[in-house]
Design a protein around this ligand. Structure first.
Ligand code: G4P
Length: 189
């Protein structure tokens, strides 16, 4: 998606060898117009999949997921990382290890919001090592829901996320595919 690639070039910052900081428009300060354009693009990509629901993980997946839900006219459910007071004991849950943060979080979805047979689209901001999406796949499997694919805002193709999802036969659509950081610049696939 050209608009997104241009924005990454303009406002993204490279940290070390692997991290792209996009907090100026995606996961801290949020540009709603860019989000709306991305939501429409996800909607176009998955228009024929008869999606019932979108799944994501808090916190940075929520904004792109909501705009995709708006364009596809379906509800959005985000997995919680912390057990909230109002969350019942009847949850689908999976452990997610973050290579970036070196922590394990349990992610949870109230069982009433994900039912057997529902067709779901997973949306997330980054595909790096694939652990977040993998956790949502485990949850969907527990609920016997059908995952039609994963819509990713920024995929880093030099990490193993796509491979992990390919091995499970999951369709992945990424709006920007970063293949490398070269001389302080982001190179796209
Ligand atoms: P994964 O996202 O494919 O699961 O891989 P990984 O375990 O490496 O990612 C852990 C966390 O780090 C995720 O956020 C992910 O979105 C974020 N992340 C990975 N690569 C980058 C990057 O290049 N830039 C930025 N800004 N974030 C990256 P999280 O733990 O779910 O946190 P949250 O921000 O959604 O709360």
């Amino acid at each position: 998606m050209k608009l997104l690639e241009e924005r990454i070039q303009q406002d993204g910052r490279i940290l070390g060898d692997e991290i792209l900081k996009v907090d100026a428009f995606l996961n801290h300060q949020i540009d709603p117009e860019l989000m709306a354009a991305m939501g429409e693009e996800f909607s176009r990509l998955f228009a024929n999949d008869k999606i019932d629901k979108i799944l994501t993980v808090e916190s940075s997946g929520i904004a792109p997921a909501v705009f995709a839900g708006l364009s596809l006219h379906v509800p959005v459910v985000f997995a919680r990382k912390n057990k909230s007071l109002t969350l019942p004991t009847t949850v689908w849950a999976a452990d997610v290890y973050s290579f970036t943060k070196q922590t394990t979080n349990q992610i949870m979805i109230d069982q009433q919001f994900l039912k057997s047979g529902e067709k779901v689209l997973i949306i997330d901001d980054f595909l790096a090592n694939g652990q977040a999406v993998n956790g949502l796949l485990k949850i969907a499997s527990q609920a016997d829901a059908h995952v039609v694919g994963a819509g990713i805002v920024i995929e880093k193709t030099f990490q193993k996320g796509r491979q992990i999802l390919d091995e499970q036969g999951i369709r992945v659509e990424s709006l920007a595919r970063v293949k490398a950081f070269v001389d302080g610049q982001v190179a796209f696939l």
